[in-house]
Design a protein around this ligand. Structure first.
Ligand code: PFF
Length: 449
């Protein structure tokens, strides 16, 4: 198969996949979960999961996608025509991607609103109680969150309509380096504040007494979410990777960049939070309720840093949302039922409807409960604890137990041109270690109240 289906270069492929993995998970979620589960000890466990399990699942998805030259719904039956029912795993992954995108755009919409407010200086000068009230007021209002969600979603769809090379790849090649630059500026500012070392100590000093079993499970869930694995996105992106690229090298690059950016986000946030004497374990509100106070305490220049931070967050969210929407659109296009433009419009409308319901469930629809939770919390729980680990489990079982080993070896070695001395370790992890860890997450998640 020629390279014309997908990305035009190795750099473009890596930037697009880094764009998918670097998102709200790195800059919004990673710092607050690290804060919740005690800092350094959580990071050590997270690193173990990211490199031992997450990266191997990414490689698994890449092998499946590139071998089949197809997204997940068609890939499984192409690789095992005698077991066509595996296509349901692909369908399940795509449904998971749809649900994740529907919630992702809600938080991205909040982020977009904060970026606009930061740039126009409307966040500055608020007292800490006002900052907290401002967020609660905004996120529970009826119209604004859905309006921002829609703007964000339309931006995402415009890139998707642009295509794989001229849309996704072109945007990622520019936005990812810009994002890294902005993050480095914030790190320098944070590290030069008085008392910054306390934040670094919190982030890197491992105190295992604070790491609960729940924290260990959260680390694995976060590793999957952050690397965008467990919903077939990387099967789609795998099918776009040039056939001459090493899949191992590509996965290592993506994993290293994703982890580096998550840790840098921690370096940008915690020293600044400590320097202002604020609470590091701020939960999901860390970025929206705590950080504006940090920027306000910097005086006039704080407006600039607030603007940099929230714009950075929007860019990170955008490239991740692009990958989620691309998986949906690519699946529809491959099915031959609709073209790129039509399916982009259709999914934009569908995601908007579900996203708006999730957004409204933080306000006017708060009274509707599912399993004792608001719709937002229910979907969030499905997305973080159940669906991706279940889909990832199916994927590793497929590769480890159903895909011919000769095909795996051929794909990973680029038809025998690359050495694959590490294949035994990969195979062992995919057949035994990853399924055991994923099962553990699922069972514990089900048993948890
Ligand atoms: N990895 C993204 C993040 O860390 O924000 C979120 C994400 C994107 C999850 C794409 C799943 C996905 F398929």
């Amino acid at each position: 198969m020629s390279d014309t289906r997908g990305f035009s270069s190795s750099f473009g492929a890596i930037m697009a996949a880094v764009g998918s993995s670097v998102g709200l998970g790195n800059i919004w979620r990673f710092p607050y979960i690290t804060g919740q589960y005690g800092g350094g000890a959580f990071i050590i466990v997270y690193l173990l999961f990211v490199f031992l399990i997450g990266m191997m699942i990414m490689l698994t998805e890449f092998v499946i996608g590139r071998r089949a030259q197809s997204g997940p719904v068609r890939a499984y039956p192409i690789l095992r025509p005698d077991r066509r029912w595996w296509r349901w795993l692909g369908v399940f992954g795509i449904c998971t991607a749809f649900l994740i995108l529907s919630l992702y755009v809600v938080i991205s919409g909040w982020t977009l609103n904060y970026a606009v407010e930061a740039v126009t200086g409307r966040l500055s000068g608020l007292a800490p109680e006002q900052v907290s009230y401002h967020f609660d007021q905004f996120s529970s209002s009826a119209v604004a969150p859905s309006a921002y969600l829609l703007i964000f979603l339309v931006l995402t769809a415009v890139v998707i309509i642009g295509g794989v090379k001229n849309g996704i790849e072109a945007v990622s090649k520019v936005l990812m380096p810009v994002l890294l630059g902005l993050l480095l500026v914030l790190c320098v500012r944070s590290l030069t504040l008085p008392g910054a070392s306390q934040g670094l100590n919190y982030l890197f000093h491992p105190d295992f007494s604070k790491l609960t079993s729940e924290g260990v499970l959260a680390a694995l869930g976060q590793a999957l979410f952050s690397l965008s694995v467990g919903m077939g996105i990387m099967v789609v992106y795998g099918s776009y990777i040039p056939v001459s690229d090493s899949l191992l090298k590509t996965s290592v690059w993506i994993t290293v960049c994703d982890t580096l950016i998550a840790v840098l986000a921690g370096v940008a946030i915690f020293p600044a939070v400590f320097s202002c004497g604020l609470e590091p374990a701020g939960g999901p509100g860390l970025v929206f309720k705590v950080l504006p106070n940090v920027f306000n305490s910097m005086g006039g220049i704080g407006v600039v840093f607030a603007a940099i931070f929230f714009v950075l967050l929007v860019l990170a969210a955008l490239t991740s949302a692009i990958s989620l929407l691309e998986a949906l659109v690519a699946t529809m296009v491959e099915s031959g039922k609709m073209g790129r433009v039509k399916s982009s419009v259709m999914f934009t409308v569908l995601v908007f409807i579900v996203g708006a319901v999730c957004a409204l469930s933080c306000g006017p629809l708060r009274h509707i409960q599912m399993g004792g939770m608001s719709i937002f919390d229910f979907v969030d729980r499905l997305n973080s604890i159940y669906l991706p680990p279940l889909c990832a489990l199916g994927t590793v079982v497929f590769l480890g137990w159903f895909m011919p080993k000769a095909d795996i070896m051929d794909e990973l070695s680029n038809h025998g041109t690359l050495s694959v001395g590490w294949l035994k370790l990969f195979y062992f992890v995919v057949r035994f270690v990853a399924p055991a860890a994923l099962l553990l997450v699922l069972v514990t998640g089900i048993l948890q109240p």
